[in-house]
Design a protein. Structure first.
Lengths: 233, 1039
């Protein structure tokens, strides 16, 4: 598949680090300001789904301290994967599309919206989210591109789609032909019940794990261990 | 087991050295309680001793505290900036690094990093010491200025403040450099031996004598070792020829550090130690003896103890030492082996007819000993885990050293700053044939009294050399050992009751609930929910020799492998021979690759197997994995032998390979239980809660690489299995034998026959048919990025729903080094990260990025260290770097080296010996490149590319690293914590290692995996891995 360069990709990449470093809680708070006000999706189900995703995302902020030998600190934490294309066709619902969009955003990714059937709504959604503090480069609409063109955009890390399974299979085969990194396909094939979006593993598909190991004895010695050696137990 | 009380039995003591030697090694990591129960009676004070020692210690402390001039120099500094305060740590960190930083910008940044976060004000006028108060004022002012430019939230403050800051930086830097020089002056007696003699003259008039030491780092290169040798030689000559007419007391001596005199002072290189280092020390001895300057060999880490005793014995039995009583060594009382070592030295002295001076110290590397044992999963600790246990050991050793059967053989030199220890020794001693030793700058007041009141000689151990070289070393020792609870600190702290200071350590230890320290778990118990994997310590005779014999017994064995389906072996293609990568004359076994029919059979079997295995409880599945972990440990020797012969792994690499596999089994067993125990209630979109249960997905294909033929093979397979899937495993074609043996062990552990199938073969014959089959429900793969893309396409082309594809792929791993880093540590870590396992690790270092200001020194050290590497037969302890896996890999790497020779600067290449021609070896090689873009794809072998960058180019360097698209590991070396944090947050990698090597991720400790071109995640050995092999299903649909 031929790759496609686009200014929007360059913009997204330049803004992504800062968005990614904001952290899950801040992003979640930012999106919570707006999640009840989306046109066509302010019903109980949509609001409930977004609330669920944002609450789940806030828990991802936690840095996991891992056990190990003394004199070393080991931590595991999560980051966004990069640029995520959120794509849907006429079978999608606003709720499911929003769910994928919010999931990708709150997880720390830059998002490209691609729903040609709802181009105007996508632009409206983007404006609302920009007003809520999501940087313009982090949320951009690309509905002007064909699906093939969108799938060929450079630097895509994730494709989050709301499509029937047969379309998911087609797209999955297309993106597998891309050169470079393996693009993650995160599909919602149940646009009404949003079964996948509600599962606890869903958000984890939008993030990547990082481990940070510090030899703490190199800067400041191992005071904790020395204290233990002298403890009166 | 050796009986401690034997040392007071003259018959036992009069045994030969060879008889006593056998008592030493078995005590290496003996159960602490058992051994201390043996040892304690030797330290137990008799009624009179207890009272007398207490009285004397009390008197000494009272006198010290009554002396208004008692607290000065380092004592005072430590009292005010004790190492349990942030300021104390920061001050010492600054002292450790500042003087070696050549460029102003990085020095300023380090000062900002360390000084702007502490509360210096609270230390003002707490101390009577001029030095301390002067330092505090400086630090206070500096700290204020450097912290002015940021508000609490990190935003810039007023422009004036920032201007003040910038304008002040040169002044601050100069002031801090001066402060460090002042500190250096306190820690170091003189920059040269003549300056030291001059400065020590006043003490010599009082009756003190000296042991001078040209301290420093262990030598990494032959050039550095030669420099240290020259320094020692000059010091001996100067000391021998120097006449101080006013001096009283014995002549000064010299202390030498063996690891400074040879670049490979290691057990694995004992053949070189016993020849090259032997010759070098012998030359020093000959010179020292001719000038009547005694030499003491300093103690080092516990792993080197037995080798150092071998070397000492060879030296003292040489003609050069005959009849001379000036060659001695240091024994560390925190070692469980200390007492039999002293008994052995006593016998040695008797046999050679020389007095041996023995400095008894408490020990200098305690924290790193504990850390290393935990990291390596060793059998226990070689040192005591309570301070009072070390004190007890010290007194037990002292009782022996002062006994009549030792008198005249050993000249005891008791080094301690603890008034109670000093008083106890004076109480125990029935004669005065011994001396005390103290450190320069510490314990002055105490030993002034001892000197005048006891008549015992006191020797000052005094570092001599440039402040720039020595201060970092001394401060590191201080940071590692200078706990605020140390006696030095409490002696001068008037708030600490004297009664606490004079309590006998035997009494203290005896009052504890356990003799060992329950707060410091054994290496096998550092994880609260699973057993740590075990490794024998191959540096210790009592563990190494039986292990070596056990592994060697498999060297004549051959193995065979074929498809293993439903518990039955199946032959596919005709067998082919497997030859050892290090020596193609060695036949290791036979492998028959699977054919298309066997692939189909395995899939059918796995379909059947999944149904029952998935219904088996998570607990039962987890227990099978735990049994497998135990079986792997029981079969350690055989598995290590196969790793040597089939994969070319060196001894420690092979042990670590098995350990990692064991850890995977135990960790994933726990993970499966954690995530699968009970159904979880999840709300649907209408808010109705329904129960969901985690289930296996079906058939998982695991495609593993040859570079971790057991660990990654089993890591993938066990995670998929324990989640409830059936597994078809395709090992790398180069390493089928070990995979076959591991599969046999899985079956033995209770994995059902139809839940695990093994299909040896290549990608085209086995991998492709598997990944294109619609029955496959997921793939775990570790290998090249290109192969991962092929598999992904194959899976996606099946026309069915996407399935999980977990890919761990390559990297173009960098290490970023700024000018605050310690060059020796950098090069040690770079050599290990780049060349260990012949560079055939996904995590291995490929690009060493060094700030230009220190690059020349790094290059010099790297070149020197590479010359010292030993490449060869991986079964030998001396081998650092084994072969690469096969001829194809070798050719690719050699082609890269040839191409780089034309386009880049060759920095160094380790020589290969003739035996390497029999196998597929690639010499460790280093090039200097000008830009990262000069590198293409990853070169999976022992090749490091060094890239210089300017301090101002850090951001651009990070951009270049990110632009490669790979993101697996990153090493960072800097003493500036802000710099480390900034780099770590910007570079997009899966695993970042700060101030250490970047290989050897430990299961559950450093979950491993990359991002971008380096992999999909989730990380192996992490809390999200097993989960990816599962799916959630509604409970109602399960029944």
């Amino acid at each position: 598949m031929a790759s496609l360069s686009d200014n929007r990709i360059a913009n997204a990449l330049s803004a992504w680090d800062a968005w990614n470093h904001q952290g899950f809680i801040k992003r979640s708070e930012r999106l919570q300001k707006i999640h009840t006000q989306i046109p066509q999706a302010n019903d109980v189900r949509s609001v409930g789904l977004l609330k669920h995703l944002l609450e789940q995302a806030a828990t991802l902020e936690q840095i996991i301290t891992l056990p190990g030998p003394t004199g070393e600190s080991n931590e595991l934490y999560l980051n966004g994967r990069g640029i995520c294309l959120v794509s849907a066709d006429q079978t999608s619902t606003y709720t499911a599309f929003l769910g994928q969009t919010f999931a990708a955003l709150v997880a720390g990714n830059a998002v490209l919206l691609h729903w040609p059937e709802e181009q105007a709504w996508c632009e409206q959604l983007a404006r609302l989210l920009h007003q809520a503090g999501v940087p313009e480069a982090i949320l951009q609409a690309v509905s002007d591109l064909s699906l093939n063109q969108a799938l060929g955009l450079d630097h895509l890390a994730v494709i989050a789609c709301v499509l029937p399974m047969n379309r998911v299979i087609e797209i999955n085969a297309l993106i597998a032909k891309r050169a470079g990194l393996l693009v993650q396909m995160v599909a919602e094939t149940d646009p009404v019940q949003c079964t996948h979006l509600l599962q606890p593993d869903h958000l984890s598909r939008f993030v990547t794990e990082r481990t940070r190991t510090i030899n703490t004895t190199a800067v400041g010695g191992n005071a904790t261990l020395l204290e233990l050696g002298s403890s009166a137990v | 087991m050796f009986k401690a009380s034997n040392v007071l039995d003259s018959t036992w003591v009069n045994q030969s050295t060879s008889e006593i030697w056998s008592s030493i090694s078995p005590l290496y990591s003996i159960d602490e309680d058992t051994w201390l129960r043996e040892l304690m009676p030797l330290a137990e004070p008799k009624d009179q001793e207890l009272q007398k020692a207490e009285q004397l210690a009390t008197s000494l402390i009272e006198q010290v505290r009554a002396d208004g001039d008692a607290i000065h120099m380092i004592d005072a500094l430590l009292l005010e900036y004790s190492l349990d305060t942030k300021e104390g740590i920061l001050l010492m960190c600054l002292a450790e690094a500042l003087m070696r930083i050549p460029d102003a910008d990085t020095a300023d940044a380090l000062i900002r990093d360390k000084l702007s976060v502490a509360d210096w004000k609270k230390h003002l006028r707490n101390s009577d010491s001029l030095l301390v108060n002067a330092s505090t004022w400086g630090l206070l002012l500096t700290g204020k200025v450097v912290s002015m430019d940021e508000r609490e939230d990190g935003s810039p403050a007023g422009i004036i403040n920032r201007l003040v800051n910038r304008m002040s930086e040169p002044v601050i830097r100069a002031a801090m450099q001066q402060a460090m020089k002042v500190m250096g002056h306190q820690f170091v007696l003189g920059r040269t031996i003549s300056e030291a003699m001059k400065r020590g003259s006043d003490y010599r008039k009082k009756g003190y004598t000296y042991s001078f030491d040209m301290l420093g780092e262990a030598a990494l290169t032959a050039k550095d070792a030669q420099k240290y040798f020259n320094d020692y030689m000059s010091a001996i000559e100067f000391t021998g020829n120097f006449q101080d007419p006013k001096a009283k007391g014995p002549r000064p001596s010299i202390s030498i550090k063996l690891s400074a005199l040879h670049p490979r002072y290691e057990v694995g290189q004992e053949h070189r130690v016993m020849t090259e280092l032997y010759d070098r020390v012998l030359t020093l001895i000959q010179k020292a003896r001719s000038l009547n300057v005694a030499i003491t060999v300093d103690a080092e880490e516990m792993d080197r103890l037995e080798m150092s005793l071998h070397l000492f014995e060879k030296l003292i039995r040489s003609e050069a030492c005959q009849g001379w009583g000036g060659f001695g060594l240091v024994v560390q009382a925190y070692s469980k082996r200390a007492l039999p070592v002293l008994a052995w030295l006593n016998a040695l002295a008797r046999e050679v007819g020389n007095i041996i001076p023995v400095r008894l110290v408490k020990g200098a590397y305690w924290d790193s000993e504990i850390k290393l044992c935990q990291q390596r999963g060793l059998s226990g600790y070689p040192v005591y885990t309570r301070k009072e246990a070390t004190d007890v050991s010290y007194l037990a050793c002292a009782r022996f050293l002062l006994s009549e059967s030792v008198r005249g053989n050993i000249w005891p030199q008791f080094a301690s700053h603890n008034a109670h220890t000093v008083a106890s020794i004076l109480t125990l001693a029935s004669h005065r044939d011994f001396e005390f030793q103290r450190l320069h700058g510490m314990g002055d007041a105490l030993y002034d009294r001892v000197l005048t009141q006891s008549g015992v000689t006191v020797r000052i151990y005094a570092p001599v050399g440039s402040h720039k070289d020595l201060l970092p070393y001394l401060v590191r020792r201080l940071l590692e050992n200078g706990a605020n609870s140390s006696f030095v600190h409490r002696l001068v702290d008037a708030r600490c009751p004297i009664a606490e200071l004079v309590q006998h350590p035997w009494t203290t230890l005896n009052s504890r609930q356990t003799l060992h320290n329950p707060n410091i778990p054994l290496p096998c118990a550092i994880f609260h929910d699973r057993k740590n994997s075990f490794s024998p310590n191959i540096e210790i005779e009592s563990e190494w020799l039986p292990f070596r014999d056990s592994v060697s017994s498999f060297f004549t064995k051959t193995w065979s492998a074929q498809a293993l389906i439903n518990g039955q072996p199946h032959s596919g293609h005709p067998s082919h021979r497997v030859l050892a990568p290090h020596d193609h004359n060695l036949h290791v076994g036979e492998v028959s690759f699977a054919n298309a029919e066997l692939v189909s059979l395995a899939i059918r079997t796995a379909k059947d197997g999944y149904e029952n295995w998935n219904k088996t409880s998570a607990h039962t599945r987890a227990d099978a994995l735990r049994r497998l972990g135990d079986l792997l440990e029981e079969n350690l020797a055989e598995l290590v032998a196969i790793c040597h012969l089939e994969a070319g792994k060196t001894i420690q690499d092979a042990i670590d390979e098995v350990r990692e596999a064991v850890d995977f089994c135990r960790y994933y067993a726990n993970e499966a239980e954690r995530i699968s125990e009970a159904p979880m209630m999840l709300k649907d979109i209408d808010g109705h809660a329904r129960p969901w249960q985690r289930q296996g997905r079906g058939i998982i294909v695991c495609i593993s690489p040859w570079n971790f033929p057991l660990a990654i093979f089993l890591g993938q397979v066990t995670a998929a299995l324990v989640a409830g899937n059936s597994v078809i495993a395709k090992p790398a074609e180069q390493t089928s034998l070990i995979a076959y043996r591991a599969t046999e062990l899985m079956l033995e552990a209770g994995i059902p026959d139809n839940a695990i199938s093994l299909l040896p073969g290549d990608g085209a014959g086995v991998g492709a048919p598997l990944t294109s089959d619609v029955n496959i429900n997921g793939v775990a793969f570790t290998g090249s990025t290109e192969t991962a893309q092929l598999i992904n396409r194959s899976l996606a082309a099946r026309g069915c729903a996407p399935v999980p594809f977990i890919a761990e792929t390559g990297g173009q791993n960098a290490m970023i080094v700024d000018s605050t880093a310690l060059p020796e540590q950098v090069v040690n870590d770079a050599v290990l990260s780049g060349f260990a396992s012949a560079g055939q690790r996904c995590s291995a270092l490929r690009v060493l990025c060094v700030q230009a200001d220190i690059a020349d020194r790094i290059v010099e050290l790297l070149q020197g260290a590479m010359v010292e590497l030993s490449v060869g037969d991986p079964r030998l302890h001396q081998t650092d770097v084994g072969p690469v896996i096969d001829a194809e890999a070798q050719t690719g790497l050699l082609n890269h080296i040839e191409a780089m020779k034309k386009n880049a600067k060759l920095l160094g290449q380790t020589p290969l010996n003739a035996a390497c021609k029999e196998g597929t070896f690639v010499a460790p090689t280093a090039f200097e490149i000008n830009a990262l873009s000069e590198l293409g794809r990853e070169q999976f072998g022992p090749i490091i590319h060094l890239l210089r960058f300017k301090a101002s180019e850090m951001d651009s360097l990070i951009d270049q690293i990110n632009a490669s698209g790979y993101g697996l590991t990153l090493g960072i070396h800097t003493r500036n914590e802000r710099t480390a944090a900034q780099i770590e947050s910007r570079v997009r990698v899966g695993n970042c290692y700060i101030n250490r090597n970047q290989i050897g991720a430990s299961v559950g400790v450093q979950p491993f995996g990359g991002q971008g071109l380096s992999g999909t995640g989730p990380k192996a050995g992490g809390p999200h891995y097993v989960q990816r092999f599962t799916e959630l299903r509604l409970v109602e649909e399960l029944h």
